[in-house]
Structures are given as structure tokens and as C-alpha cells.
Design a protein around this ligand. Structure first.
Ligand SMILES: Cc1ncc(COP(=O)(O)O)c(C=O)c1O
Length: 458
């Protein structure tokens, strides 16, 4: 690990101040805690002691650009003083109240969300994260409609708990199958290899025709809802083709099937609008959120429901609960974080910087033979890598290639953290990134791609 080139000029090295060194932190974390989605013995975590804006800092003063906003979640950037102060103030006033209590901070956040979330999504059920928001949405759609089945798509991730992982289409569901009954999985408008057509119009028409046939086979009166990631995240940053969201909503409405937009990753300014469903000019029946809601300073998820569904639960019991439902510290954190996003113009900035990001991607695509495709909507982006001129993906679906490990090491050693998933280089920086910081990041990405060009098969 390079400890000299990218340094924390403003702070004394953490390790020298009597804290753990990088090695001690890594070894102790690996020995006494388990890492997610990994064999713990094989992980090589970054040792982090401090973070500010788009930068992460290590114990010996190392500095990395956080080009993935951690888990596409620290939307406002690290250590925003307004959010830290809001958490501190709330902790000093009321650190916890059980979910059956009314609190001022719960009232204030709910009111603010009702103002900010479009359409008639005016009522909120709070959880501790995205998976729990989806778990509760599963319950809500079943209780509201009296129907059992749920439509979901293959290229998706909805969380790691039992119901949410069953909604998930990607390989993370495989070890827990058969999972929750009642889930019907369908093809995405843009599946991995198969194509529903060549133009957006063709793709949308054919996909929705196929979907309507599936609905007939399953029995429309058995289907409570369809869950989608409005813009698919970890499965490849896939904005929906033009017209898909509107067409989908109309089709589902025809059969009384609810639409749940999972905006856990793509919400809160990430795509250049406050919510991704605004790009498609629709309002879903339910929207689930987390991550950017607090910019991950504290854990919080939420299920936003339409007035029609909210009215149902004014009269009927909502059979769901959590000890930390509407936790006051998380409420205060979310209120401050969403206000920062809106008041500091981060949504507009995300849209603008998305254009800047596309410019860098286009430049790199002209230079590197290994780039198959690049996509971004706002600051939600990815570069997809290929192994030959025929456009074969560098790795097959859910596979790996040794050069991806080397690329990850190169980026770390050169001061950039990002997620490399399959053949994808994720490009999801905090929304506060500047043009100069973007250029600095793409300079590192550019140099790393030489390694992949070197294994290009021609
Ligand atoms: C689209 C989407 N939904 C749900 C989740 C699960 O959220 P959490 O990890 O907070 O449970 C994630 C997490 O990455 C996600 O990307």
C-alpha cells in the first residue's frame, strides 16, 4: 500500500497518536469480526480512520478518493458539519424513544419528507435500512391488496434479509434459495445478453408484452405488486429505456397491481433528480429509500406510501415493527442530511457533474480498447470492460478475471477507492465532487485501464 504519495497533510498520523496502525486494525477486524459477502480470511479491507468531503484517510496519513460514496450512500460527502451537529444536538436532548411515542423530530422529518417526496407519497414507515424498508413494503402490499404474489426482475438487488433477498434477482440470492414463496421473477427491459429489440421503443413494447403474458399465467388477481429498482444499481447502473416506467405503471394499474420503486441506491439526488422515478414522469404506489436519506451517517430506511395506502393503514393494523422504528437520532440525521441535499443544490450539481463525468468517460472510451460501454445518469455511473473487439465481456455474468484484482490494487495504491463488480468499474462519487476532483479521479481510472488494455485479446 502506498503511504507516501497520497497523504493527509492537515492531520498528524492517527497511528502515531497512540491508535492502531493499518496492520493492527485490519488483522484485529478480520480476526474478531466477520465481513459481509466474503470469506473473511480473504478480504483486504481499506483501513479508515477519518473522512471528509470526497476523501478517506488511513492511520498513517494515507488518502483515497471515495469514488463510490462508500456503498453509493454518502451522497452529501463525508463529515458534513450540519449533519454532525444535528446528531449531537438530538443526542443531548432525546437519544431514544420507543416507537409508540410521538416525538417532535419524527413529526418534523415526516412533514419535510411529505414536502419533498413527489406526488401523494406523504406517509412514512421508518426502518433501519433498505432491506427492512423492502421487507415492510412486502407486508404492506400484501395487506393492502389481499394478494400474495410479487413480480421482480433478474438484474436487481433489494437487500439481504429473507424477503428482500428473495426479491433480489442477482446471484446473492442463490445460497438462500428457495427463499420466500410467492416471488415471480421476470426479465428486465435490458437483460444481460438477450435483447427485446434495438430501439428503446421496441424494447419497451416487447418487454411489456412479455410481462403482460406472465401476468396472465400467474393470474392477475394473485399479484400484489411489482418491485423494481427505478435505476438498477449494483447489477450494472441500468437506467430504464425511454417510456418503460410510464408503460409499466399503466400496465400494472390495468390489473390492480401496485408498483414499488426501490430507490434505496438511486434516490436522493444520485441520478440528477431528487428521485429517479421523476425521470420517467411517474409516481409509484410505494417508494423505499435508505442510504442517501441520511447519507449513511446513521442507519435509516423508510417506506413511503401513497395516500390511498396510508388511508388503509389508518383503519387497519400495520403488522410490522422494530425497536428502532423512528429512532430520534436517525430522524435528526435524516432531516439535516436531506436539507443539505436540497439547500446546497446537490441535485442540480449531480445533474451537471453527470455531464462532466460523461465527458471523461467518452474520452477514455476513445483511448482504451478494453472499454465496452459506459453509462451514467447524474452521478450514478459505470464503465463496462470487454476482453476482445467482438465485445465479449471481460468476465461472464457473476464471474471474475485476474486483471480485475490487479486493477483494484492499482487504484488503491494510487489513491482511489471504488467498487469493481464483475467487469464493471463503478463511478459513484459523493454529490459534492468538484470538476477538479472529477478530473483527478479520471486520471487515476485512465492509468489503471492500461492494465486491462494489456490483456485485451484483439
Ligand atoms: C437497490 C437496493 N435496495 C436495497 C438495498 C439494501 O439496503 P441495506 O443494505 O440498507 O439493507 C440496497 C443495498 O445496497 C440496494 O442497493
Amino acid at each position: 500500500m502506498n503511504t507516501t504519495k497520497h497523504t493527509d497533510a492537515n492531520h498528524a498520523p492517527h497511528a502515531a497518536a497512540g491508535h492502531m496502525s493499518s496492520r493492527e486494525m485490519i488483522d484485529t477486524c478480520k480476526k474478531y469480526s466477520l465481513f459481509s459477502w466474503s470469506a473473511t480470511g480473504k478480504v483486504d479491507p481499506l483501513p479508515i480512520v477519518r473522512a471528509e468531503g470526497i476523501y478517506l484517510y488511513g492511520p498513517e496519513g494515507q488518502r483515497w478518493i471515495d469514488f463510490n460514496s462508500q456503498l453509493m450512500s454518502v451522497n452529501i460527502g463525508h463529515s458534513h458539519p450540519k449533519v454532525i451537529k444535528a446528531i449531537q444536538d438530538q443526542a443531548a436532548t432525546l437519544a431514544y424513544a420507543y416507537p409508540g411515542m410521538a416525538t417532535e423530530i419524527r413529526a418534523k422529518l415526516s412533514l419535510r419528507l411529505a414536502e419533498l417526496v413527489p406526488g401523494d407519497l406523504n406517509t412514512f414507515f421508518y426502518t433501519l435500512g433498505g432491506a427492512e424498508a423492502n421487507e415492510n413494503a412486502i407486508k404492506a402490499v400484501r395487506m393492502f391488496t389481499g394478494r400474495n404474489k410479487i413480480l421482480v426482475r433478474y438484474r436487481s438487488y433489494h437487500g439481504a434479509t429473507n424477503g428482500a433477498i428473495s426479491l433480489t434477482g442477482d446471484p446473492r440470492r442463490w445460497p438462500t434459495e428457495p427463499g420466500m414463496p410467492g416471488v415471480v421473477r421476470v426479465m428486465d427491459p435490458k437483460p444481460y445478453e438477450f435483447s427485446f429489440g434495438s430501439t428503446d421503443e421496441e424494447i419497451v413494447t416487447n418487454n411489456l408484452k412479455y410481462l403482460e403474458e406472465v401476468i396472465q399465467y400467474e393470474g392477475p388477481k394473485n399479484i400484489a405488486a411489482m418491485f423494481i429498482e427505478t435505476v438498477t444499481g449494483t447489477n450494472g447502473i441500468l437506467p430504464p429505456p425511454k417510456g418503460y416506467l410510464k408503460g409499466l405503471k399503466t400496465l400494472l394499474e390495468k390489473y390492480g397491481i401496485l408498483l414499488v420503486c426501490d430507490e434505496v441506491m438511486c434516490g436522493w439526488g444520485r441520478t440528477g433528480k431528487l428521485f429517479a422515478f421523476e425521470h420517467g414522469d411517474i409516481v409509484p404506489d410505494i417508494c423505499t429509500m435508505a442510504k442517501g436519506l441520511t447519507s449513511s451517517y446513521l442507519p435509516l430506511g423508510v417506506m413511503a406510501v401513497s395516500d390511498r395506502i396510508a388511508a388503509h393503514f389508518q383503519e387497519n393494523v400495520f403488522w410490522g415493527g422494530l425497536t428502532y422504528n423512528a429512532h430520534p437520532l436517525c430522524m435528526a440525521c435524516a432531516l439535516a442530511a436531506v436539507n443539505v441535499i436540497v439547500e446546497e443544490g446537490m441535485v442540480e450539481h449531480s445533474a451537471h457533474m453527470g455531464t462532466v463525468m460523461r465527458g471523461h468517460m467518452e474520452r477514455l472510451a476513445k483511448k482504451h480498447r478494453c472499454i465496452k460501454e459506459h453509462r451514467n445518469i447524474g452521478l450514478f455511473g459505470t464503465i463496462e470492460l470487454q476482453k476482445n473487439a467482438a465485445g465479449e465481456r471481460l468476465v461472464p455474468y457473476a464471474g471474475s478475471h485476474p486483471v480485475m484484482g490487479k486493477l483494484g490494487t492499482f487504484y488503491r495504491d494510487n489513491g482511489l477507492f471504488t467498487v469493481l463488480q464483475w467487469n464493471l468499474v463503478m463511478c459513484n462519487p459523493p454529490l459534492c465532487i468538484t470538476e477538479q476532483q472529477m478530473a483527478e479521479s479520471f486520471d487515476i481510472i485512465d492509468r489503471g485501464l492500461d492494465l486491462v488494455d494489456a490483456v485485451f485479446e484483439g
